[in-house]
Design a protein around this ligand. Structure first.
Ligand code: VTB
Ligand code: MG
Ligand code: MG
Length: 325
């Protein structure tokens, strides 16, 4: 098999990954707007799994659909791939934003990240407090422990605009009531999203296109690791802290090797080494179009990237062999 010039993962895997998210996205898109999030999720999981199992890797799912006893497929620890090839860790979410897909609202994605074995944070399925910005800022602009106003002022100053020209993306949840008040008090705008904070974080990387400068707030830890993997490939800054607020969660995390429950993880502690990331739009979104079903073909729109080269590719594919999907 071809070896890439730089150390790390075989670069041919980059294209292979696109097939994996394309398949999952098309499957989920067939169930867009049907109000059945479970069914949409299930078909995406099935499709992603069958495509993943054709890859020339010895893969282990480290961020997946849940623990073995709660998820029949793509559970944490499941081995995927043909069992030959490089040993890799895999983080995935075949349908990130199941509710968005069921309601046919923007920004649901099929998402996967692959990294060298041992390079991804083995995060339990708990909440994570997150803060993220895109590329082009000096180091140290964001600090998860600082008040929102400080982060927003620093981002605005670094961008060379007033705070009221900054937009923060925040999940619309009661737990964010105070955060939302604090951000609004600065004069900054908020894009409140119903779900889909992997997309929310990625959107910070292209504020001109998405209108989002910073992501703040508490979402899923698995989504945090996926988002960190994506940012590693585009550039940007992110910090995360697991919300291990019960003894049970602390114990679960400890089993996964996390000894300090309050640790702040920097982006490259959540996703180290060479990382490949791919996401295909399921519903139309700010950066990716959703799957289009035309009479004679299916069109998908995927972003695929690699951390070691910081290459970001967008692939619009027309699939004419529609029986395959
Ligand atoms: C977020 C969101 C996801 O989970 O991570 C969220 O981005 C966090 O959990 O799309 P709550 O819904 O409990 O707030 C999702 O909504 C689903 O994975
Ligand atoms: Mg999922
Ligand atoms: Mg999800």
């Amino acid at each position: 098999m071809l070896k890439s010039a730089s150390a790390g993962l075989d670069r041919i895997l980059t294209l292979e990954l696109v097939r994996v998210t394309e398949r999952a996205a098309v499957a989920a898109a067939r169930l867009r707007g049907r109000g059945d999030e479970k069914a949409a999720d299930q078909v995406a999981v099935d499709a992603m799994r069958s495509e993943l199992n054709r890859l020339p890797i010895k893969g282990t799912v480290v961020i997946g659909e849940g623990e073995r006893d709660e998820a029949p497929m793509l559970y944490i620890g499941e081995e995927v791939g043909i069992g030959e090839g490089p040993e890799v860790d895999i983080a995935l979410d075949p349908l990130e934003g199941t509710t968005i897909c069921a309601k046919n609202l923007p920004n649901s994605l099929a998402v996967i990240a692959i990294a060298e074995k041992g390079s991804l944070l083995y995060a339990p399925d708990v909440y994570m407090d997150k803060i993220a910005i895109g590329p082009g800022y000096p180091a140290g602009v964001i600090d998860i422990d600082a008040p929102a106003i400080e982060n927003l002022e620093n981002v605005a100053r670094a961008k060379g605009v007033k705070v009221n020209e900054i937009t923060a993306c925040i999940l619309d949840r009661p737990r964010h009531a105070r955060l939302i008040e604090e951000v609004r008090a600065t004069g900054a705008a908020i894009r409140l999203i119903g779900d889909g904070d992997v997309a929310g974080v990625i959107h910070t990387t292209d504020p001109d296109e998405t209108g989002i400068d910073i992501y703040i707030g508490i979402g899923g830890a698995p989504e945090g690791v996926l988002a960190a993997a994506a940012l590693r490939c585009i550039g940007g800054q992110m910090q995360g802290r697991l919300q291990l607020n019960t003894d049970e969660k602390v114990a679960r995390a400890a089993k996964m090797g996390i000894s300090d429950p309050n640790k702040v993880y920097q982006m490259d502690e959540m996703a180290r080494g060479d990382v490949l990331f791919a996401a295909t739009g399921v519903t139309d979104g700010n950066l990716l179009s959703g799957v289009k079903f035309a009479r004679d073909f299916i069109q998908t729109h995927t972003i695929v990237m690699r951390s070691s080269s910081l290459t970001v590719r967008e692939i619009k594919a027309k699939h004419q062999d529609m029986d395959k999907f």
